[in-house]
Design a binder for this molecule. Structure first.
Ligand code: ZN
Length: 479
């Protein structure tokens, strides 16, 4: 390996050494983001944005398949409108960015840069829903939101981020609750089958639920370092916003009724999960289904006659089957290998003069580093199958990691010992009191991640206070 190649590799800190630095290095070296000029903002670079667009595309496809329509609402919210729902404003006030001036003039009423858009949709729905015939309303918007964060990290916590927010209105509680669960299942499906990230599904505790919701459903995933990441949430809002914004409809019997609402969101945070679930010490690892480029052709000794022609010919043959690209630049092959490993491109296709003579190429998997020789004529069949194997392997590895990083605690001593020595998810019983939840957080910094739909009986008593337990909760340190 030349010195230049060696330097390139060394720019990524080993994750065992300093996970947080590893993350920062990968984000930078894989050319996903740069820091914006205002603290906590990020510039999403072409490669990062291409991955986000693919994620967006799959969510959007499933939203539409389940009957939703895209809309766009304004970035600005008048202060008085945000004040209308009490819990909501209390929850968001500490991280709101205010607009106080327009040009030189001080505004009569301060304006909020949206941290989320429940109130805007509430105001709109109150004007546009009159009868049961107007229901359900199934809207989604792709937008940016602003939350003034004190500590920030690319994708994981940024002052401005991209997301989608679904806002729906229904005639009955049953319909709205069905919607809340349906969208959580969509989120889980995209995470598991598209991003190869296994998730736990469950309900948030009262303390952790969305400000203004009746309850919040969540999917939680486990990162390489044993910390959890909330990867998507779906809220049943009940009639709280409908009452605050007077969203009523005339039912079939001619009676005025409040609508039942939901909201749900997934953000660019999911990019953080993608990096921290699949990445390794050589950089990013992108699952094939989401990868902007699934296979990169690297010609070897490309100055030799016929090599480049054959490489382009191969690309043209494969381009309708997989997302394939070719690097015919004059950089050394070793440099290219490192570059595409850093970017996590699932398969590298090497072809040199001797391979061409033998009508072969070499396929190199990014996830395991394994090489295989494949006859050129078999590639159209072998390559898609290999990509599928990689996709499955990434999911299974992540699931195995999560299982290894899940423990059971019956006492607080066990709880603390697990957190100190191993981290990961801890399954423990809970009495349902917020005091215990707060005490656990204070003593250990672990938070309740979810009350899983799949409950297990671990013991009869709360891990914290020893009183009668109500349910099992997953706890963890989290991003
Ligand atoms: Zn307790």
């Amino acid at each position: 390996m030349s010195k230049k190649n060696k330097d390139f590799v060394e720019k990524v800190t080993a994750m065992e050494e300093d996970f947080s630095q590893w993350y920062t290095d990968v984000v930078k070296q894989a050319e996903l983001v740069d820091y914006g000029p205002v603290r906590g903002t990020m510039i999403i670079r072409p490669y990062g944005y291409a991955i986000w667009e693919n994620i967006q595309g799959e969510f959007d496809r499933q939203f539409k398949e389940t009957g939703h329509t895209n809309v766009y609402f304004p970035l600005f919210i008048p202060e008085s409108m945000l004040q209308k729902e009490k819990d909501h404003i209390e929850g968001f006030a500490p991280e709101v960015a205010w607009v106080t001036h327009g040009g030189d003039e001080e505004l009569e009423e301060r304006i909020v840069v949206r941290p989320t858009s429940e109130v805007l949709f509430g105001e709109y729905y109150s004007k546009n829903i009159h009868s049961y015939r107007d229901l359900p309303k199934l809207y989604n918007q792709w937008a940016n939101v602003v939350r003034w964060e004190k500590t920030t990290r690319p994708f994981l916590r940024t002052s401005e981020f991209l997301w989608q927010e679904g806002h729906t209105c229904h005639a009955t509680k049953e319909e709205a609750e069905h919607e809340t669960r349906q969208m959580l299942d969509v989120y889980a499906d995209v995470c598991e089958n598209f991003l190869a990230i296994p998730v736990l599904k469950g309900k948030k505790t009262e303390k952790e639920k969305f400000a203004g919701a009746e309850y919040t459903l969540t999917i939680e995933s486990m990162m390489h370092d044993g910390r959890a990441l909330q990867s998507g949430t779906s809220h049943y809002l009940g009639t709280g916003f409908a009452e605050a914004f007077d969203i009523q409809y005339l039912d079939k019997e001619g009676k005025q009724q409040y609508v039942h609402q939901t909201s749900w969101g997934v953000s660019t945070r999911i990019m953080g999960a993608l990096i921290m679930v699949h990445g390794d010490n050589r950089g990013l690892v992108v699952p094939p289904r989401v990868a902007p480029t699934q296979a990169m052709i690297v010609p070897i000794a490309q100055h030799k006659e016929g090599v480049l022609d054959k490489a382009y010919e191969l690309r043209d043959r494969l381009k309708d089957i997989v997302r394939v690209d070719i690097d015919a630049s004059d950089k050394m092959p070793g440099w290219k290998f490192n570059e595409y490993e850093m970017k996590g491109i699932p398969v590298r296709i090497e072809m040199g003069p001797r391979d061409i003579e033998n009508n072969l190429v070499v396929l190199v998997r990014r996830d395991t580093g394994e090489k295989e020789f494949v006859a050129m004529d078999d590639l159209a069949e072998r390559l898609p199958a290999l990509l599928e194997e990689i996709q499955q392997h990434l999911y299974e590895s992540a699931l195995k990691h999560r299982e290894n990083m899940t423990s059971v605690a019956k006492t607080m001593d066990e709880f603390k010992q697990i957190l100190d020595e191993k981290g990961g998810f801890i399954k423990a019983m809970w009495c349902g009191n917020i005091e215990c939840e707060e005490k656990i957080k204070e003593d250990t910094t672990a938070t309740s991640r979810c009350i899983p739909f799949d409950q297990e009986h671990i013991s009869d008593t709360c891990v914290c206070c020893g009183e009668k337990a109500k349910e099992m909760v997953y706890w963890s340190k989290a991003y």
